[in-house]
Every structure is written in C-alpha cells, then in structure tokens.
Design a protein around this ligand. Structure first.
Ligand code: ATP
Ligand code: MG
Length: 606
C-alpha cells in the first residue's frame, strides 16, 4: 500500500467558507452616540467589535478574523527576520518593577490589583521587565546572542481618555519584541538587528496594504536617530508629523529639527518705552495678547524648568520662545546638556518666581540659565510677563531690559540662543535650505527603539563575552499596535457606505450574496463558486440570510469585503454571476460561474 501523499495537499492552504447565518455579524444602521471617528463607527456598525466597558471591546467573529490576519503577517515577517515567538502573561508581579520604578513612572496608567494574599500585581502595559527577568536566567553567554524574542499579546493601560474604539483602548493587542546583543556595532549588534526589524516593519505594513510614513522619533539614550515610528497616513490621526518633500526627511513633532533660522539682537537703544499693564484673570497667552491688542506672536513665552535630579538643589533653567510657539523639552535638554523637568509651581513660587508672569529678566537678574529660541531673539518690542503677579509689560527690549544682545548672548555665561521649540509647517527644512516643512496627520502603529542598557542594568543582566569578561547586555525593543492597526486601516480606507479593506487583512476575500438561498439553482451556484474559491485558498463569506436585496447590499458595502459576487436569477440563466469590486467606482460586470477564480485573483492582486 502506498501511503497517502499529503505533501501536495499540505503546501496549498484551502480557503475557508462561512455562512452568515452560522456566524454573528450584528450590523447596525446607526453608530452609537459615543463613536465619533469613522473607524469606531464603522467597526461597531459593521459588526466587527462591541464595547464591553470604556476602552474595552469584544472582537466579534469578523473583527477577530482581521486581528488574526494582521497577526499572521506580523508573525511571518518577524519569524523571517530571525525572531522567535513566545508568550508572557498579562500578570506582572509588582516586584518586577523594583529595579526600573516603572510602576511609579506609569502612575495611574498601570492597572493594579491585589491577590488574596495581599500581593500586588500589575496587568502588563508592556513587558520589558518580564522579558529581561526571564532572559537574565536563560542567557548567560555571548554564544546565545544576538537573540530576538517577541509575542502577540493583550496589553492593559488605564488610559485617561480611551477614545476612538480600537485606536486608544484600555485593553489592546500589541506585538512586542525585544532584542539582545553584546555590541551596538558589527555583526549581530544592535544596529544590524534594528535595521533588519525596521525592514520587516516596512514589509509588514506594506503587506497590510496601508499607506504609511516612517518618522524619526525622540532619540533613545544611545543618541542618534535611535527611534522610529511607523505612522499610518490619515487625516484623522492623533499625531502630527512633519516632512520635507524635497529630501524625504520625516519626523514627529517631538523630534523634528528646524533648519537654520537667522537671529540678531542689536546693541542699541530700544525704540519703545517699557510699559506695565494690569492683566488679571487672563489664562493663557491668547487672552493676554487680545487684551493688549496684539498677536500671540508678538509676545515672549518663558517657561521655567529645573535641572538635575530630584532632591538636588534646584538649578533653574528658563526657556523663552515666541508666544505662538511651544517649548520642546528634548531640544531644551540637548541645549542645556543635562536632564530637566518642568518646574513645580508651588516650589517656583516659594523661590520667588511670579509663576505665569515670568519674563526673561527673571533669569538674567538671578544669573540662572536662559535659553532663547532664535525666533524670539530679535529687536522687536516684545510683550511679556512683568515678573509680578497679574501684570505684563509691552515694549520689552532684550538689550535694555534683560541685558542681552547678540554679542553678550555669545559671552554671557548663562545665556544661549538655540533651537528649543517644536517645529511646525512652514519652518525651514533641516535637510534642504530651499525647502520648508509640511505637516501631516498620522496614526502611530509601530515604534522601534534602541534601548541600550537601561533594563539590563536595572536587572543586572550581564553575560560573559568572548574574552570571558562580564558585559551588560544591550537591548532594543519593537512594538506594533496590532488592534490599533485594524482601526488605522479603516481610518485610511472607507467611504460614505462603509469599510474598504485592503485584501490581505480583510476578514474574507469574497462575499457571495445569494438572492434566494432557498432556490436549488442558487444553492448549487453557491457550491460551484465556493468550491473553486476555496481550492484557490480564498476565504469566502456567503450571505445566505433571508433578507431583502437592499439590506444585503447595504451590509455588503458596510462590512467591506474586497469582492462581492451576487447570485441572481437573470445572470444565472446565462451561467454568469455579478462581480463587483468594493474599492473605487468599478462598474458591476458579469463573470462565468464556472471560471470564477481568475477574475477574483486578478482583482485581489490589483
Ligand atoms: P501612544 O503615544 O499612542 O499612547 P505609546 O507611544 O505609548 O502610544 P508604545 O508604548 O510605543 O505606545 O506601544 C507600542 C504600540 O502599541 C504603539 O505604537 C501603538 O501602536 C500601540 N498602542 C499603545 N497604546 C495603545 C492603546 N491605548 N490602544 C491601542 N494601541 C496602543
Ligand atoms: Mg510609542
């Protein structure tokens, strides 16, 4: 007897065929009132998800299929990049945070519970600690490195404002990966694996059929451009990204550099006198500016920071930007060359600062560090705080009123002019002097990071290197918001009728709408079609409900499968079925019932 030759059948994945009446797709005419973004509305209306609590959703059968399709793409590309999958529990004993203090850093974002023995437990918002704790016990020699481990798993974050359905949930699915190395450079080093995973991410989001932009993000502790975010382009996105169309440079607001901005403060007398104004009960620059009859850009905004570690004697740092600009903490930190935190109001008041009314004078008079953004370093007669509660001044001159000029800024010990503000559209590009930055909106679906040794140091995760010397392991971490990617796709691809899935992540490739499921001829046609499609590895949903055609077509558009085949009497008499592509405005056409695979594959591939 010859054994059954299953090697051929194993290499072809058979498609799945499901019937609408045997699954649960609770489509709705109206979106729930709290759903305001397209993806939230359409995923609920299309029967993909249902809310259980704020920011907590059930994935219904259709939603779960999308989640699984994205997960599978992620898995294949991570495996191809040399990573191995594992699964860690959501349950994180609070002791694991002892070395990193991230339970404190996360604060209320961390879900915490107490077990019956009074032990404190967190629900993991991410898993650096659990992973490092494990790896420390299992990886002891350089011969085991590099090693990249990942999981696709449920995360918990008690977001202050869960919003937009799957975009910002309190329970969500993330792919988190961690790489371990003995070196940054060279074969097997952090840089090499980081670049490989960067490429894997590009393939993942390309395979998902999404339009996206990779942006430079706030640099990691190693410095350089050690962090990238993957942003799905969508007008409804929460994040602002800036791009230079000429050079292709793209960065998020926290990171984006600004090109050269000329500035100068003359060593000459001011044209306008300094005048003080009573400005009580005016919250914010806009209110003060409008009271003074000027634009916010005519004001100086001075923000107080504290340098050094908590507990140290405070070293005050003042940052001055134009009233319509925002101080960028990362840039300020780089300009000052040490770590900073926003000053505590009460502490600043106790130290004699008129919080809310501070002018740059407060720095020069006390001899504290002052950093001025180039756009604020000009001879204009500025409006600014009066260093006196409820008062502002107009006619402020850098030289006359704070003793700062171009020459002195270069020499005065504590005074410096540097790029310390967030970039915005219209700013000069840092990569091409002839070009300006443009702003776009995006949804962060992935974030990769060169961690360095923060976690390995906290866990004393060290190994013996080739020279038998103990070295601290260098790490990288790599996240993908798997459930957020579902919503991001819908934000990017929908129309007024419903969702338009990219084929690779659609729950089914084809929706077969049967006009009259009871009719033998229709049932036979369903079998003919599904047999062919299944054999070609395509997934098919058959709408076999006893519903009016109008209802079925509306639902078909709403749930958004890439291709719809309609079985109706007229076409069937001619051996044909109606064929329609969901995306674009393609006309309906008829295709032969007996040769359905080719047109379907053609449309899915295109
Ligand atoms: P965000 O800035 O959007 O709050 P994050 O930078 O805190 O996200 P990471 O810690 O980098 O997020 O997590 C990795 C990925 O997990 C993110 O890129 C994002 O796609 C996803 N993610 C983070 N928070 C949520 C959430 N509350 N709901 C859904 N997905 C999330
Ligand atoms: Mg992030």
């Amino acid at each position: 007897m010859t054994p059954p030759s299953d090697h051929t059948s194993r290499s072809v994945r058979l498609g799945e065929v499901h019937r609408w009446t045997q699954t649960s797709i609770p489509t709705l005419r109206e979106a729930p009132a709290e759903a305001t973004t397209p993806s939230h509305q359409l995923l609920v209306r299309g029967g993909y998800i249902r809310q259980v609590a704020a920011g907590v959703y059930s994935f219904l059968p259709l939603g779960l299929r999308v989640l699984e399709k994205i997960s599978q793409i992620v898995r294949e590309e991570m495996n191809a990049a040399g990573a191995a999958e594992l699964r860690m529990p959501a349950f994180v004993p609070i002791e694991l945070y002892a070395g990193t203090k991230r339970d404190e850093a996360y604060g209320d974002l961390l879900f915490k519970l107490t077990d019956r023995h009074g032990r404190s437990v967190a629900l993991g918002p991410t898993h650096e600690e659990t992973l490092t704790d494990y790896a420390k016990s299992a990886v002891t020699s350089y011969k085991q490195l590099p090693l990249t481990l990942y999981q696709i798993q449920t995360k918990y974050r008690d977001e202050f404002r869960p919003r937009a359905g799957l975009l910002r949930g309190r329970e969500f699915v993330m792919k988190d990966a961690y790489s371990m190395h003995t070196s940054v450079e060279g074969p097997g080093g952090l840089n090499e694996v980081y670049d490989r995973l960067y490429e894997a991410y590009v393939r993942i989001f390309e395979r998902c059929g999404l339009g996206f932009t990779v942006v430079e993000a706030e640099a990691g502790p190693i410095g350089g451009s050690a962090s990238h975010e993957f942003m799905v382009n969508a007008a409804t996105g929460e994040d602002t990204i800036l791009i230079c169309p000429a050079s292709g440079y793209a960065a998020n607001v926290e990171k984006c550099e600004i090109g050269e901005r000329p500035w100068s403060i003359a060593d000459a007398d001011a044209a306008q006198p300094l005048a003080e104004h009573h400005t009580p009960k005016m919250p914010g620059i806009d209110a003060v500016a409008s009271h003074l009859g000027i634009e916010p850009r005519g004001m100086l905004k001075t923000i107080l920071f504290k340098a050094g570690r908590a507990g140290d004697d405070p070293a005050w740092v003042l940052a001055t930007v134009r009233g319509d600009h925002e101080v960028n903490e990362g840039k300020l930190r780089d300009a000052v060359g040490r770590s900073l935190t926003l000053a505590d109001d009460a502490e600043a008041r106790a130290a004699g600062f008129a919080v809310g009314y501070i002018s740059p004078r407060a720095a020069t008079e006390r001899g504290c560090q002052l950093v001025i953004d180039p756009d604020a370093a000009t001879d204009d007669a500025w409006a600014t705080g009066a260093d006196r509660v409820d008062h502002h001044v107009t006619g402020f001159s850098w030289r006359r009123d704070a003793g700062v000029s171009s020459a002195s800024a270069a020499n005065l010990a504590g005074v410096k002019v540097a790029d310390i503000r967030n970039a915005k559209a219209g700013d000069p590009s840092p990569k091409d002097p002839a070009s300006t930055l443009e702003a776009r909106r995006g949804i962060e679906v992935g974030h990769i990071f060169k961690l360095g040794t923060i976690y390995s140091e906290a866990f004393d995760f060290a190994i013996l290197n080739e020279q038998q010397k103990k070295t601290t392991v260098i790490m990288g971490c790599y996240g993908i918001g798997v459930s957020r990617t579902i919503a991001a796709s819908v934000e990017q691809r929908h129309d007024d009728r419903g969702i338009v899935w990219p084929a690779p992540i659609a729950p089914y490739d084809v929706l077969v709408v049967v006009m009259d499921p009871k009719k033998p001829a229709h049932a036979e046609a369903v079998a003919t079609i599904t047999d062919q499609l299944r054999g070609a590895g395509l997934d098919v949903l058959v709408d076999d409900r006893k519903e009016r055609p109008g209802v079925k077509f509306k639902d078909a558009d709403l749930i958004g499968m890439p291709i719809r085949l309609t079985i109706g009497d007229k076409a069937l008499e001619r051996g044909m079925v109606e064929f329609q592509v969901r995306a674009g405005s393609a006309e309906r056409q008829e295709v032969p019932l007996a040769a359905i695979v080719e047109p379907v594959l053609g449309a899915l591939g295109g």
